[in-house]
Design a binder for this molecule. Sequence first.
Ligand code: ATP
Ligand code: BTN
Length: 317
Amino acid sequence: MLTLLNLLKDGRFHSGQALGEALGVSRSAVWKQLQHLEAELGLSIHKVRGRGYQLTNPLTLLDPLKISSGALDWPIFVYDSIDSTNAEALRAVDRGQAAPFLVIAERQVSGRGRRGRKWVSPFADNLYYSLVLRIDGGVRRLEGLSLVVGLAVMSALRKLGVSEVGLKWPNDVLVGRKKIAGILLELVGDPADVCHVVLGIGINVNMQAASEVDQQWTSVRLESGVSCDRNVLAAELSRQLRAYMARHESEGFSALQAEWERNHLWQGQSVSLIAGVSQIEGVVQGIDRQGALRLKVDGVEKVFSGGELSLRLRDDS
Ligand code: ATP
Ligand code: BTN
């Protein structure tokens, strides 16, 4: 099916006969595969009598050579379709794959968000990116790591022209109030000894409609008005991650604290901090040297951390 897609991806018309010859199948087999592309991958195909078939929106598929662009030495595993790149990354660790390595996919059928939520992951529209790191007895390397990833994602998006992008504690990447990227870190092993951490990053790139997303969202394309090559974004993201992680490793999170706070969209805002069924009202002061949230609650500064916490603007809740 992807061979057929590779023939169509230029957005030009291709006759059924030419496609059949290229694939070595009959015209009716081509027709069946085209229907499958539409039904299975949600792609839209123009059919014009006498001219043939054309993808309504031309697309660029993921290409590990373009992503590494000669500079990246992480092995890159690309999937056409996978349950979740994070899940696959964890399976690869289990199989003994040496880290660092990268898992990316054209689509996820069970993309994971935080707290067991679903990450909407349509085919060839967005970036689904999981980078695996091995951490040897360095709990300090985990400190603030998800916030560091946020800085790298934000910087990559700015390089690609999304100038208004900012951060929301702990690891949302937003344009105004709209979510453009999400980050999910998953860890296996013993953080005090040897562990692997999966940096799972989902960036909305060319997505223009997604009725299943139940909150405000945006994409690079919606912000910039032009379509974006996901390979270029993945290459830039990898460069930014490498640079930020090197700084984090050598200087610790505290070296990035001020930069993170400068980019926090909710600095000084009145918020509700939600932890399961309980809710705390406060005003955002910033973060501490470990990346924990500093909130002024009833006039007293308190510090909060933990993966299950969620912030809402007070006027929204
Ligand atoms: P918080 O971390 O404050 O709870 P959140 O509301 O964004 O922020 P998360 O658990 O971080 O919640 O993210 C999961 C949510 O993201 C899902 O419930 C869904 O509403 C939304 N979502 C799913 N897919 C996408 C997507 N591709 N783009 C934007 N948002 C998405
Ligand atoms: C969130 O904001 O809730 C986090 C979303 C993280 C989504 C990415 S997409 C790549 C990786 N694989 C997954 O299943 N999830 C992360």
